[in-house]
Design a protein around this ligand. Sequence first.
Ligand code: AMP
Ligand code: MN
Ligand code: MN
Ligand code: MN
Length: 288
Amino acid sequence: MMPGTPNIDLHTHSTASDGHLTPAQLVHTASDAGVGVLSLTDHDTMDGIEAAQVAANEKALTLIPGVEISVTWSKRTLHIVGLGVDPAEPALANGLEQLQEIRRERAQQIGKKLENLGVANAHTRTEQAANGGQITRTHFARLLIEDNKCQTMQQCFKRYLRPGKPGYAGAEWAGLHTAIEWIQAAGGVAVLAHPLAYGMTAAWRSRMLKAFTEAGGDALEVHCGNSKPADVQLSAKAASEFNLLGSVGSDFHSPEQRWLKLGRTLKLPEAIAPVWSHPRLQSYIKPT
Ligand code: AMP
Ligand code: MN
Ligand code: MN
Ligand code: MN
């Protein structure tokens, strides 16, 4: 990291989607943990940004308005993070509304499946838990734990919520080009999130990176969550090969994830140009 660069975390979640903390709690927790520049990147919504901005103004913390967009590419789901996006820009705002409708329909389908598997009132209870935020599979996983159907989140996904499992319902999310267009039209920078988390072979990963780059994508998450040094190296190599900037983000969801703390220094290898050097993000790093 460049000397003088503050502690940066460009991928986090709040109760606007599947995070445990409200946007204000997230900002306070991040600030207390030493984060200087934070992006809130909820799944397919920017509803938490306003409250996060109010909280950030009270703290010495710079908020980069963000979003994590669900994308369907080659029958697979990818996550594209938009950084520095204006939530009022119509193409993005309309696009997110479409995805929210898809989420509502899918939640009903998943709810029905889980009800058939003996989880009483799965859909209604999940709606209550989400409390107006976007419903994700994380919410259903929490319900399965509550009903003792499984013990850990990992187990719930493995047994019930992954493709091919009895509680899974697929969805046709945004197209890759479309998501990148929404982000860039809204003044932002498009980042391919957690490239090693899609269960892809190296060949598929290469295809994904090529498609993302050709679609005009800007950056690759090089250090995400608790990436191991070898993962960072592998992603850095991919960023170099495809001439992408590098991003860093914890993908923080909850203080219950004891292995994933806010405020941990997320390092980019020096050879990788950081996404915050992008002209569109300069104003956040060096306030004018
Ligand atoms: P959705 O976008 O509704 O399909 O939900 C995806 C979310 O589920 C991700 O953002 C993660 O927060 C969570 N998730 C996916 N796989 C796992 C897993 N194996 N363990 C815990 N959480 C997971
Ligand atoms: Mn999530
Ligand atoms: Mn993700
Ligand atoms: Mn995420």
